[in-house]
Design a protein around this ligand. Structure first.
Ligand SMILES: O=C(O)CCC(=O)C(=O)O
Ligand SMILES: [Fe+2]
Length: 341
C-alpha cells in the first residue's frame, strides 16, 4: 500500500543536523512545556442554550456575559449546545480521516482541493519552528465552487464540508456579534466587516510521533483572525497560555473550542485576548482537528472601538502581509506588537 504519511521525520532530522542561524527566543518553549504544565481545571465551559432566547431575556444576557468574560480572562472557552449536531460532527470526522488516508503523493501533487495541502513547516529553519502535522487549508469560497476533488472518490466530502462550514459560519458570526455588541457596536456591525470569501477551514492531522515531546504538533502561535472555532477529537494535545503557564485543554465529547484572534484583540483594545496556543503530539495516537477562521475582507480597516487606542489602525491585508514577511525573515510571527502605538 502507498504511504499516506508525509516524510516528517526525515525533514525534522535534516533541520537538526543543519539548523540555520536564527534569532533565539527568550526561552525554549519545549523546555517550559513540561515544567509549567497544568491540567486544565477551570477553562470556561459555556452552555449556549441561553442564546436561543431574545434580546433582553435574563438567560441570554447571562450567557452573553459568560462569553465576554471568558474572552477577556482566558481568550478561550468551550461551548456545548452550540447547534451543530453530533451527527454532522461525526460525518465530518469520517470524511476528514478518509481524506488524510489518501497516498501522500496524491495529497501533495494531484491538485486535490486546489492544492491546499501543507505538511511540516516550509519556513522552518530550526527544529523548534517545525510542526509535526499535515493540513488542508481551504477558503470557504472554494468549498462552494467547483474545486478539484480528485474524481468521484471525495465527492461526499464536498457535501459534508459545505454543510459543516455553513454551520460553523453561523455559530462564529453569532459569537462575534455578541462580543462586538458588548463593546457597544451597532447590531450587524461585525457582519459588515466579516467576509465569507476571506474565511477558511483548516483540516489538521497530527500523526503519532515517536520522538514526542521533542517536537511540536503545531508551534506556539496566536491566530490572525477575529475568532476561531475548533472541533477536536478525544486525543488531546492542545495547550494554551494562561499567565506564564501552559494549560492543557481536556477534550469534551461534542463540545467546540472557541478562541479570540489578533483582530478582535486589536478591535477591542485588549479587552479580549488573543492567547498563544500550541499542540503537543502523542507518541502512539494520531490526532485530528478542524479549525474555522472568521476573517474580514482584506481591505477592512481594523481600528479600536475606543480612544486612546493601543494599536494603530491597519487593514487585514496589511496585517497578513506583515506576518508573512516576519515569518519568512525570522521564522517567527511577531503579530500585534508590530502595530503598537
Ligand atoms: O489542532 C489544534 O488543536 C489547534 C489548531 C490551531 O491552533 C490552528 O489551526 O490554528
Ligand atoms: Fe491556532
Amino acid at each position: 500500500m502507498l504511504e499516506s504519511n508525509p516524510p516528517l521525520l526525515r525533514h525534522y532530522e535534516a533541520l537538526l543536523r543543519h539548523p540555520a542561524e536564527v534569532p533565539v527566543l527568550e526561552c525554549d518553549e519545549r523546555q517550559i512545556s513540561g515544567a509549567f504544565m497544568e491540567e486544565c481545571g477551570q477553562l470556561p465551559l459555556i452552555d449556549l442554550n441561553g442564546l436561543k432566547y431574545h434580546d433582553a431575556n435574563k438567560e441570554r444576557l447571562a450567557c452573553s456575559a459568560r462569553i465576554c468574560r471568558a474572552s477577556s480572562e482566558w481568550g478561550f472557552f468551550q461551548v456545548i449546545n452550540h447547534g451543530i449536531s453530533s451527527e454532522l460532527l461525526l460525518k465530518m470526522k469520517r470524511e476528514q480521516v478518509k481524506l488524510f488516508q489518501a497516498p501522500f503523493e496524491i495529497k501533495v501533487s494531484s491538485g486535490l482541493l486546489n492544492n491546499s495541502y501543507t505538511w511540516g513547516t516550509t519556513t522552518a529553519t530550526s527544529p523548534n519552528q517545525f510542526s509535526w502535522s499535515e493540513a488542508f487549508h481551504i477558503p470557504l469560497t472554494d468549498i462552494r465552487e467547483e474545486i478539484t476533488y480528485h474524481g468521484e472518490y471525495f465527492s461526499s466530502l464536498r457535501e459534508v464540508m459545505k454543510e459543516f462550514a455553513a454551520a460553523m459560519s453561523k455559530l462564529a458570526r453569532l459569537l462575534a456579534e455578541i462580543l462586538s455588541e458588548n463593546l457597544g457596536s451597532q447590531k450587524g456591525g461585525i457582519e459588515d466587516v466579516c467576509d465569507e470569501s476571506a474565511c477558511f477551514l483548516r483540516l489538521n492531522r497530527y500523526p503519532a510521533c515517536q520522538i514526542s515531546p521533542e517536537v511540536f504538533g503545531l508551534v506556539p502561535h496566536t491566530d490572525s483572525d477575529f475568532l476561531t472555532i475548533l472541533c477536536q477529537d478525544q486525543v488531546g494535545g492542545l495547550q494554551l497560555k494562561k499567565g506564564s503557564k501552559w494549560v492543557a485543554v481536556k477534550p469534551i465529547q461534542d463540545a467546540l473550542l472557541v478562541n479570540i484572534g489578533d483582530l478582535f484583540q486589536a478591535w477591542s483594545n485588549d479587552v479580549y485576548k488573543s492567547v498563544e496556543h500550541k499542540v503537543m503530539v502523542n507518541r502512539k495516537t494520531e490526532r485530528y482537528s478542524i479549525a474555522y477562521f472568521l476573517c474580514p475582507s482584506y481591505d477592512s480597516l481594523i481600528a479600536s472601538f475606543k480612544e486612546p487606542s493601543i494599536y494603530r489602525k491597519f487593514t487585514f491585508g496589511e496585517y497578513r502581509k506583515r506576518v508573512q514577511e516576519d515569518v519568512k525573515k525570522s521564522g517567527y510571527k511577531v503579530g500585534l506588537q508590530r502595530f503598537l502605538l
